[in-house]
Design a protein around this ligand. Structure first.
Ligand code: F6P
Length: 329
């Protein structure tokens, strides 16, 4: 039986997402409840390599549950990708007495954790899915996704006001380099006329036909939501490809960009972050490692990091069907 863990480190890595602070808070408070010390590792793996650590207590995480971003800051570390960088990180963790780490981030963060624990298995690693993209396998929701979708819906509602006033066609580009979750969910929730996502081949002829039908039906303001990683390109590129065939429309493009990553987390993001943070500490205390904590049907689940990184969360065809049914009239 291994001895009780004395100190847990927590860090955020990769693109920040709303709810990361709520997750940090949950990790710290759960660790303290287990009489385990907690240390904040700043700037993700970069701070691990550089030994940028600070003890966290209950009041360090007061008043952050409602804040977007991450109080621990984030980065994408090049140093950690080298063997010598990981050795330095290991030496720093050992010197600080940290035996277990909670890594809040996405795919790249988890791949780093696997590489590190292949070399240094004695440091336990538990991942929490932190990305607005919702592209991680094994969880219904990633931290930040719900907030990002709500932000996009709010923006599209506003765009719709001006689109309707001027009878314009808007192409709204949302984040999702490789995943269409934000586009699909926000598109359905905002009543978009078409939604273009990387997981499905975009048929520009069909798009043009749909929009022309709209025009014939005297629907003169329209919204097309485009995931940035669509196979036909981003919103500007797609508009370049179709604008000559849509001369009846006045076309505008809005790229929402990084505003989708900011803002106060939704209640759903605060709740799942809290659940996952507590479950991560429990897993470490039980001696577990190389797991991602996810949520499925409202319950926390443990998913091997190998699986979470090997597979991708798949878009459910019924949601695509729903979007099609609602826009193809
Ligand atoms: O992975 C989250 C994400 O927001 C993607 O949707 C987006 O493509 C990317 O990060 C942007 O990253 P950066 O902030 O490094 O430009």
């Amino acid at each position: 039986m291994s001895s009780k863990i004395q100190k847990i480190g927590v860090f955020t890595s990769g693109g920040d997402s709303p709810g990361m602070n709520a997750a940090i808070r949950a990790v710290v408070r759960a660790a303290l409840a287990q009489s385990t010390e907690c240390v904040g590792i700043f700037r993700g793996y970069e701070g691990m390599v550089e030994g940028d650590f600070q003890p966290l207590n209950s009041s360090s995480v007061s008043n952050i549950i409602q804040r977007g971003g991450t109080i621990l800051k984030s980065s994408r570390s090049k140093q950690f990708m080298t063997k010598s960088g990981r050795k330095q990180a290991y030496d720093n963790l050992k010197a600080a007495g940290i035996g277990g780490v909670v890594a809040i981030g996405g795919d790249g963060t988890f791949k780093g954790a696997l590489e590190f624990t292949d070399e240094y298995p004695e440091i336990q690693f538990i991942g929490l899915p932190g990305t607005i993209d919702n592209d991680l396998f094994g969880t219904d929701y990633t931290i930040g996704y719900d907030t990002a979708v709500n932000t996009v819906v709010d923006c599209i509602d506003k765009i719709r006001d001006t689109a309707a006033s001027h009878d314009r066609l808007f192409f709204v580009e949302v984040m999702g380099r490789d995943a269409g979750f934000i586009a699909l969910r926000s598109g359905i929730a905002s009543g978009a006329d078409a939604i273009l996502i990387p997981e499905f081949k975009t048929d520009l002829d069909k798009l043009v036909e749909t929009l022309k039908n709209r025009y014939t039906m005297k629907k003169t303001s329209n919204i097309v939501v485009v995931a940035e990683g669509d196979d036909q390109g981003g919103a500007f590129e797609i508009v370049d490809k179709v604008k000559d065939r849509l001369s009846e429309f006045e076309i505008k493009v809005t790229v929402l960009g990084h505003l989708q990553r900011g803002g106060s987390p939704s209640s759903l993001d605060r709740l799942i972050s809290s659940q996952m943070g507590v479950a991560a500490v429990e897993a470490i205390v039980q001696g577990k490692t190389r797991l991602m904590i996810g949520v499925q049907c409202g319950q926390t689940v443990e998913v091997p990091l190998e699986k979470a990184t090997k597979y991708h969360n798949a878009i459910k065809p019924e949601w695509v069907q729903l979007a099609d049914t609602l826009s193809n009239i």
